[in-house]
Design a protein around this ligand. Structure first.
Ligand code: ADP
Ligand code: ASP
Ligand code: MG
Length: 815
């Protein structure tokens, strides 16, 4: 004999019930089957909600009741041929009338007992099993209905009654052995006391009903049909990469369900464990998928961690005080009082000093627990030997589960370092003596992130998801997005990096999409976004709370640069081509570096110097390998290089600068380049990254622009001055040409001092042949004393800058 159980979603409506019927019909070779069904999906919640409204004397309970009625009648109308409908509808109406009377009672009394509550919710399963059994018959199955309340006997613990297995096993065994029909349909969840009062087995208890029956009749298998294809490595609704576990031991399944894997009601394993009846979890909507087999087996060669689960709505109860040290019996008293109050303890930790005990309980029970424990220890509390109970709520437990965890070292280290790296604060830790699970209590808001990073670490080691929050979609930003789009596949396959752009913002709009903004069509998504605000953007990034988050600044904006510290403090990496932060006052630069270090998160700005050229990275590598930088000589302005390479007798200075701006080689305000400020910032950053404490005012800037240009209040006025001072520029050019030299704007750092200015470069100098918008840097170090280390290449332009940002993103990925 086989026992099959179909959950709420599987029987939520006529369409799904037809799928259920097809599955049962496909087992035609099976001589006998027990089919346990849940209430139509969501009906149990509706029944409880209606009761709550009635108790509060809110007339709208009638509307929800009507909704319950409609759902059932609609299902009948869609399943049963018209000619057979009336008898079934009239029976269902009878049930609904009884239900209505119960609700009227609640409305009048204004209160509800657990006994009445059980009576009310039982209608969910009573109605569904009746309708389904009638449909099975019209669909040609040899089926009959049996009320589980006649078979499953419990104590009077309404709401979550305990089963009397002796009576129940006998009832089930004899009834089903003698059953004349191939298929017996039974309502899940409901049971009764010996006196015949309706009880229930606890929320999600239909799984348990099926297991009780399977155990009693020594079924061949117990099939749990639900809306997912088995027990997954983590809740598939939260972790997209989760996979169904093919085989799992009873103990692992119990542990995962105890720690929140809702797909199986925790007590379900118990009735089938002794007889080693396999449990098969299958998907009603994908019946051909293999699902999960729960069996008694030793899976020695498997991964040590089988799954990760989470329980939400947890509170921590801490009892502490000097009066606890070395006094036996404190924990015993604590557990006794909790057990008397029927408060179940989900997790226990005790520091070895015995100075405190910390327990995880369901948040709904905190008040009851607090009162009971304070009362039980009132005497010690009055003597200040023990402090009144401390309660912290808004917490969740996440647990790693696996039989083989005990024979693997370092798993907890891996677990906690992964959580730490992602800024998930751990409030308490527990490890069962069986070492079948390691659990941690964390903030509820971190659960999503924690599950995903742990899943990545233990099951997808090979791929890493990076979540990008990008601000600035101008020249550089646009190219950057196009490059990611183009390289996505390669990165995933070759570098095992999965890059997702979660947010985009320009100065007007911002858009968030946790499943990733389409990179071929982002303009449209952004256009439909909400009004942009820097604070709003940050708050949203923070509340997304995604693992491996990276804030990407593609602007040149000082207000954006002033927000970096907030990101770093939340363990969000910062990648920027904006020079303002790294070139701001030393204290701020230092603070950002320190935050990055303390929060163990990258702060990268390679593109601040030489666009995509690996200048800062090389510098860092030199220093990390023990070298010391003495002198840096560089041409660092692609824009100025472009200008002076194109400026000659045939092209006037104004037009060349204009062209550089149009081609995107200058800052939006070209004065920043031409005044030397931009180059000064770059050499400042290089000096700082070489380990020197230096500020902008320490840099000597020898200007070549006339004062009037330097003072120009706007970009157009600046360009005007370039025209009026044409001769000035021509003179500079002539002087250099006469000496056979070329003009280059050079930055120098030597003996702890930096300077920038236009220089006449003779023909035998490495800078002489620098073409186009190229940059060049010479590093003179301990190791490179005579022949400097030279880096040269395109140092300006949106494309190379974008690729430099991209390279930083990849560095974050390999961090
Ligand atoms: P049913 O109504 O069929 O009893 P449930 O809603 O009780 O279904 O359980 C199935 C749900 O359990 C899934 O839809 C999924 O959201 C949730 N779930 C949580 N953890 C897991 C897990 N580890 N594997 C599979 N499902 C899980
Ligand atoms: N219908 C009940 C519930 O929603 C039992 C179950 O579906 O397992 O809790
Ligand atoms: Mg369930």
């Amino acid at each position: 004999m086989k026992v099959l159980k179909f959950g709420g979603t599987s029987v939520a409506n006529a369409e799904n019930i037809k799928k259920v019927q097809a599955i049962v019909a496909s087992e035609s070779e099976e001589k006998k089957m027990a089919v346990v069904v849940s209430a139509l999906g969501g009906v149990t919640d509706l029944l409880l909600k209606t009761a709550d409204l009635a108790v509060k004397q809110d007339e709208s309970y009638k509307d929800t009741l009507q909704h319950i009625e409609d759902r059932h009648l609609e299902t009948i109308q869609q399943l049963i041929p018209i000619t057979s409908q009336s008898a079934i509808i009239s029976k269902v109406k009878q049930h609904l009338n009884q239900l209505e009377t119960l609700y009227e009672g609640l409305y009048l009394l204004g209160e509800i007992t657990p006994r009445t509550s059980d009576k009310i919710v039982s209608y969910g399963e009573l109605l569904s099993s009746y309708i389904i059994s009638e449909f099975f018959k019209v669909a040609g199955l040899d089926a009959a209905l049996k009320d589980s309340r006649d078979l499953i006997k419990t104590n009077k613990h309404f709401g979550k009654a305990q089963v009397n297995f002796k009576l129940t096993n006998t009832n089930c065994y004899f009834y089903l052995k003698g059953a004349k029909h191939q298929v017996t349909v039974l309502p899940g969840f409901v049971a009764s006391t010996v006196e015949g009062e309706t009880t229930t087995l606890g929320r999600g208890g239909s799984d348990y009903t099926a297991a009780i029956i399977a155990g009693a009749v020594d079924a061949k298998t117990l099939e749990i049909w639900t809306d997912v294809s088995g027990m997954y490595t983590a809740n598939p609704k939260v972790v997209k990469q989760a996979k169904a576990i093919a085989k799992i031991s009873y103990e692992e399944a119990m542990e995962l369900s105890h720690f929140g894997a809702k797909v199986l009601y925790p007590p379900t394993v118990q009735p089938v464990l002794e007889k080693k009846i396999p449990i098969h979890i299958k998907n009603t909507f994908q019946p051909h998928e293999v699902g999960t087999l729960i069996v008694q087996e030793d899976f020695k060669e498997e991964l040590p961690v089988k799954g990760i689960s989470n329980v939400d709505k947890i509170a921590l109860l801490t009892l502490e005080g000097v009066g606890m040290v070395g006094i036996p019996g404190i924990s015993k008293r604590l557990f006794e009082v909790l057990s008397q109050e029927e408060i179940s303890v989900v997790l226990i930790t005790q520091a070895s000093s015995e100075h405190s005990i910390c327990l995880g309980i369901n948040a709904a029970e905190t008040e009851k627990a607090e009162c009971a424990v304070n009362e039980a220890f009132a005497y010690e509390i009055s003597l200040n030997k023990i402090k009144p109970v401390i309660i912290e709520s808004g917490l969740s437990i996440i647990a790693l589960v696996g039989d083989q965890m005990k024979s693997h070292q370092g798993l907890s280290g891996k677990m906690f370092s992964t959580l730490g790296k992602n800024n998930v604060n751990i409030r308490a830790i527990a490890q069962g003596a069986s070492e079948r699970n390691i659990s941690a209590v964390i903030d509820e808001k971190d659960v999503n992130k924690a599950l995903n990073v742990l899943h990545e670490r233990f099951f997808e080691e090979q791929t890493k998801q990076l979540n990008l929050f990008v601000t600035g979609v101008g020249n550089v930003g646009e190219k950057f997005l196009a490059q990611i789009n183009q390289q996505k596949k390669f990165l995933k396959e070759r570098l095992k990096l999965n890059i997702r752009v979660v947010a985009l913002s320009n100065s007007k709009k911002m858009v968030f999409n946790e499943s990733g903004i389409s990179l071929s069509n982002w303009q449209e998504e952004l256009a439909e976004g909400e009004a942009a605000s820097l604070d709003g953007f940050f708050e949203k990034v923070k509340s997304c709370n995604l693992r491996n988050s990276v804030f990407v600044d593609n602007t040149a904006n000082d207000v954006v640069a002033a927000t970096y510290h907030k990101y770093l403090k939340n363990s969000i990496a910062v990648v920027t081509c904006n020079k303002i932060a790294a070139a701001s006052d030393y204290q701020n630069y230092q603070l950002l570096k320190k935050l990055a270090f303390n929060y163990n998160v990258p702060f990268l700005f390679e593109t601040n110097v030489g666009a995509g050229l690996p200048i800062i990275d090389t510098l860092k590598n030199l220093i990390a390998s023990g070298d010391r930088i003495h002198t840096i000589k560089a041409v660092l302005s692609g824009s100025l290089n472009f200008v002076f390479n194109n400026f000659d007798n045939d092209h006037n200075f104004h037009d060349v600068v204009q062209q550089a701006k149009v081609e995107g080689y200058t800052e939006p305000d070209p004065k920043i380049d031409l005044s030397g400020v931009d180059v000064a910032r770059k050499i400042l950053i290089l000096a700082r990254e070489s380990g020197y404490q230096i500020d902008m005012e320490d840099i000597e800037n020898i200007p070549f622009l006339p004062q009037e240009s330097l003072d120009a209040p706007s970009v157009p006025e600046f360009f005007e001055t370039l025209k009026t001072h044409d001769t000035h520029f021509n003179n500079i050019y002539e002087q250099a040409t006469e000496k056979g030299a070329r003009l280059k704007y050079v930055a120098t750092f030597e003996n702890g001092k930096a300077k920038v200015g236009l220089e006449e470069i003779p023909a035998d100098h490495p800078f002489y042949n620098l073409e186009g918008k190229d940059n060049i840097v010479l590093f003179y170090t301990d190791r490179y004393q005579e022949q400097p280390l030279l880096i040269k290449g395109a140092g300006a332009g949106a494309d190379v800058t974008a690729s430099g940002i991209f390279a930083d993103i990849i560095r974050v990925g390999s961090n």
